[in-house]
Design a protein. Sequence first.
Length: 179
Amino acid sequence: MSNDTGRAPRLRKFWSLAFSMAAVLAAEAQAQDAATEIRGIAEVLDADILTFGQKRVLLWGVDAPDKNQSCRLNGEPWNCHDVAFRKLQLLAGRGEVLCRFQGDPDPFGRRFAICESGGADLNAEMVRSGLALAFEEESDTYVGQMAEAIGAGVGLWQPGVEFEEPWVFRRRDNPAGYR
């Protein structure tokens, strides 16, 4: 019977446990990255970004006004970002949100997704309300909804509104155009 109660056996046990935990955490992170969807109660971080805990999800195929972006309505300043932000809060606040991932994560590890809540496609609803634009660099999925918004004269398309496409605004400060 070994009477080895020294430091070496404790260190072996510690490192064994540490490596086991690291392997489990790495496998869990890899499984999460390989997931095809995420669901739960989402918080609205920006007019086209949701969060599920620490996980950020960008709405696929749409682009909404940025926080520092200014718009004008009948020649007066109009905070189009806040209006779009509140619209997404309303849509996502219906209950559980399901987001199905599209494409690869961006360089920051954020995922793009088509999200729905209460049976409604949030991406489509944001574009249909005129508070986000179809972002054809990612997808042409929402071009029809943008045509509807233009025809109805709602949101950014209402008479008297002046705005710049969010991706044009963003690329002035960030040539890569990341949201």
